[in-house]
Structure formats: structure tokens, C-alpha cells
Design a protein around this ligand. Structure first.
Ligand SMILES: [Fe+2]
Length: 466
């Protein structure tokens, strides 16, 4: 059986289709390593009957390397490049050619991975959702010079010596940790995918995904790194949707590091500690040690901006469901981790999972530590917690109760941009995906001596009772 990838109704372009038999539909096709055909069905989705199938159409090279995505490697001066092709290692040797324009070119080999149907857990991935994923290649570009524009091309060397090339891409290598320069970060969760041609696909419920993607692409010259904190495609077992997602974010992910998963990473004056909420984070767990190590080992004099992020809300959300539970968080989240955020003076913590935007005051033990809302300075008395899960998936409702710590809520699609101007000045902006305009913002001005200052429970433990 040939998997159906996208569909439209013949009545979309002509409401009188059923009487005239005439309709014209446009589809945008991406290279998914195989020929495409168009099929006409009667009976709708619930009772489809095949009426006709078109001739197949073929890409010039269905196996061509496509959809490169960048991520910072284990250290600041390493960039990983991952892409998709139809070339197994028996047929061609994958590599990246890269360097600084006008200087010697380097080549770095790539590893190749894939998976097959038997490795899927169950339907639909094993059944109607299965589609050959092709080959996933990853190369590690090492010893990058800081902050310089680099070009790169994906290559596959065939056994006869011919090289199949991708087009040429560019990225700017990361700043040296602590480097004083303009650094701009995008943060969001739960984006998903959509089709620019207006076609439908399975599990199609991320109405904001394209808006967010397009806003970020339009501002790409003013963005240095992107963090997508979980819920990427909502492919839900339909393998071809991973190609659709990587194609959708390609303009972003091929140009700036597009970070997903659990890791510690440094970007200039920022340190990011990203946790994985699908695994235990409580005290004594392996992950708790990872989080503490990440927060504890940064030199705040060089990297003042300390950011924590995780997919599920580990601290503060007045989302309807958390509100119903009366907890306003994942069980044991805040209880387990707030002493670390407080001790190590985390500036901002981000979460997804809940599909809207909410910002807390700087807060500790559910108490706002300041009445200030738009400009923060002085000692780090509490962490600002932000839910930024409204990048595309169907929106979540808020609870009717708005706790004191919740100072801004928006039931709409959006994402966050942080701009570090230098070691003492940070701008935070929440932008709506509809228009790219700023709807909530604040600034932080802070000297290193402010970070050193003892605050509640940061130097020695006390109780919040007053
Ligand atoms: Fe989600």
C-alpha cells in the first residue's frame, strides 16, 4: 500500500465540484526519496474509494541530501550538522565540506543511521503511518573559530568518485563563552507543523505552527540560536511528517543552531541547562545531579545569564489542568528543584507542554520576591518562570484563578526572544506569532556583585514564613 501523505477536498477550490466535476488543487511537494502520485477518492476520509491515480512524478534526484539542521555540539566550538538522504553507506560516503569563505576548505565525515518498521512500537507507525525514513547523517564540525560566518555543503561520494552535492548553506559559529557581543535567543515549545499549500495531513491540529515558523524566518538575521523545548512535530506515528517538519524548519535550522533534547550548552554570555521531564528529576536521581552540575559550574562573571528549561511545567503554571489539581505544576517539580534555582540564582526558567504564554514574577516558594514587573535589577531573589508552549499546537485554557505569582497570561500563539546586550543588560520579549509584535516584555540590569549577594536560601537555608 502506498501511504497517503497529504490531502485536499475537491470542493476546496470549487464548491460546485460535485455537479461540475471540475476542480483545481495545488500541492507543494518536498523531496521524500520516492516518486509521488495523485489519487482521487470518493467517499471522503471515512469510506474512501479509489477512483483514479495519476502518473507518477519524480524528483531530479530523489536521493539528494536535504533538510540540514544544526545544533551546538558538546563544546561551544563544535557544530553538528544532521541531514536526510536516500544514500546508504554502501552506496556513497557522506560528509560535510565547510570552512570560512576564501580560506582552505575542510571535510568532515558523517555517521549514518536509520530505522525500520520492526523497530516501531505499534500502530500507526508500524502500519498505515510507516514510511521509509531514508538515511539520517550526522557530522561534527570541530575546532570552529568563534563568531565567524562559515559556509557548508552536504556531500555524498559515490563509488565511481562522483560527488552528489547539496546546495550551499551558511551559519555563524558560536561566540566564545563569556564573549561580550549582541546575542539573541529564541525559545518556544509545542510548535508542530502545517502545510503552506493548505492541504491536510494526519494529526493536523497545530494551527499556529506555520505562523511561528514564518515569523522566525522573517527575523532570522536578528536571531543567533533557537531552543525548541519539546513537542516537535506531533507526527504521532506518521513517519513522513518528520520530513515535513524538517523541511518546514529548514530555513531556520540550516542557519542557526536549532536545539532540542536534554543538554548543557554555552552561548556567549548565556548558560543553558535543559532538563528532560520524561525522566526523573527528583533529588537523588541521575538527572538532578546533571541539573545541579550544570547550574553550579558556570562562572557568572563571564556568563551572567543562567537559563533553565524543560518541557513539562516544573514550577508555575495556572493552566486549567494544573489549576484543577491545585498544584500549578507537575507533581514534585517545584518541591524538588526550587532550592537549586534559588541557590544558583537562575534568571529565567522556561517550560512548554501547556499551549499558551504565562510569565511569573521573580518567585520563590510561591511568593513574589518583588512587586516590580517590567524592570529587574539588584540581587537575584527569585527566578522568573515562563510557559512558552504556544508556538503552534491547539491552545490550552487558563484556570479561572490567577495566582499572585502569575503576572501576564496570553491565550494565543507566540514565542520568546531574549537579547543579551552585554554582561549587565538583558531584554526579554514575548511576541505573538500572528504579527511578530511584542506583547509582553521586561529588562534585567545586573552587576556581578548582585549575583554574588546572599538572598533567601541562597547562602544558608531559612523559612519563607514572615
Ligand atoms: Fe504539546
Amino acid at each position: 500500500m502506498i501511504p497517503m501523505l497529504q490531502y485536499k477536498y475537491a470542493t476546496d477550490s470549487n464548491p460546485n465540484y460535485t455537479t461540475t466535476g471540475k476542480s483545481s488543487l495545488k500541492f507543494q511537494l518536498i523531496n521524500q526519496r520516492a516518486d509521488f502520485s495523485f489519487a482521487l477518492f470518493s467517499g471522503g476520509l471515512s469510506n474512501p474509494n479509489l477512483v483514479a491515480v495519476s502518473n507518477s512524478i519524480t524528483f531530479a534526484n530523489p536521493k539528494a541530501p536535504v533538510f540540514p539542521r544544526l545544533a551546538q555540539g558538546k563544546s561551544w566550538n563544535e557544530m553538528t550538522v544532521t541531514w536526510t538522504s536516500g544514500y546508504d553507506i554502501n552506496e556513497a560516503v557522506p560528509f560535510v565540506e565547510w570552512g570560512i569563505e576564501g580560506q582552505a576548505r575542510m571535510r568532515s565525515g558523517a555517521g549514518t543511521l536509520t530505522f525500520d518498521r520492526s523497530m516501531m512500537c505499534g500502530a500507526p507507525a508500524k502500519t498505515v503511518g510507516w514510511r521509509d525514513p531514508g538515511f539520517i547523517h550526522t557530522s561534527f564540525l570541530k575546532d570552529l573559530w568563534p563568531n565567524i560566518e562559515q559556509f557548508y555543503k552536504l556531500g555524498h561520494r559515490l563509488s565511481n568518485g562522483t560527488i552528489i552535492w547539496s546546495k550551499k548553506y551558511k551559519f555563524r559559529s558560536s561566540p566564545y563563552p563569556g564573549q561580550d557581543s549582541l546575542q539573541r535567543v529564541i525559545m518556544f515549545g509545542d510548535m508542530g507543523k502545517g502545510e503552506h499549500d493548505g492541504s491536510n495531513e494526519y494529526s493536523n491540529y497545530q494551527p499556529g505552527a506555520l505562523k511561528t515558523t514564518d515569523q522566525i524566518i522573517s527575523d532570522l538575521e536578528n536571531i543567533d540560536i533557537v531552543f525548541h523545548i519539546g513537542d516537535l512535530t506531533y507526527a504521532n506515528g506518521y513517519i513522513s511528517q518528520w520530513d515535513q517538519f524538517t523541511a518546514q524548519v529548514e530555513p531556520i535550522a540550516s542557519t542557526v543552531p536549532y536545539m532540542v533534547g536534554r543538554y548543557k550548552t554555552d552561548y556567549g554570555m548565556f548558560r543553558f541547562c535543559i532538563a528532560d521531564t520524561e525522566h526523573d528529576w527528583r533529588e537523588g536521581s541521575e538527572q538532578y545531579k546533571f541539573i545541579e552540575n550544570c547550574l553550579a559550574t558556570v562562572d557568572r562573571q563571564k556568563q551572567p545569564w543562567l537559563i533553565f528549561a524543560a518541557h513539562r511545567v516544573l514550577a508555575y503554571s495556572s493552566n486549567y489542568y494544573y489549576g484543577q489539581e491545585g498544584s500549578f505544576e507537575e507533581p514534585m517539580g517545584r518541591e524538588s528543584l526550587q532550592k537549586l534555582w534559588q541557590k544558583y540564582k537562575v534568571d529565567i526558567a522556561f517550560y512548554g507542554h501547556v499551549h499558551h504564554y504565562e510569565r511569573s514574577c521573580p518567585v520563590y516558594q510561591s511568593q513574589c520576591v518583588t512587586s516590580e514587573q517590567s524592570h529587574y535589577s539588584g540581587a537575584v531573589k527569585g527566578t522568573i518562570h515562563v510557559v512558552v508552549g504556544g508556538a503552534g499546537s491547539h491552545l490550552s485554557d487558563f484556570s479561572q484563578v490567577q495566582p499572585n505569582w502569575s503576572i501576564f497570561r496570553d491565550h494565543d500563539f507566540g514565542y520568546v526572544k531574549m537579547t543579551a546586550f552585554n554582561h549587565t543588560s538583558l531584554l526579554f520579549e514575548y511576541k505573538k506569532s500572528n504579527d511578530g509584535k511584542v506583547y509582553d516584555s521586561f529588562t534585567i540590569s545586573r552587576e556581578y556583585t548582585d549575583v554574588l549577594a546572599c538572598v533567601h536560601d541562597s547562602c544558608e537555608a531559612t523559612t519563607a514564613a514572615s
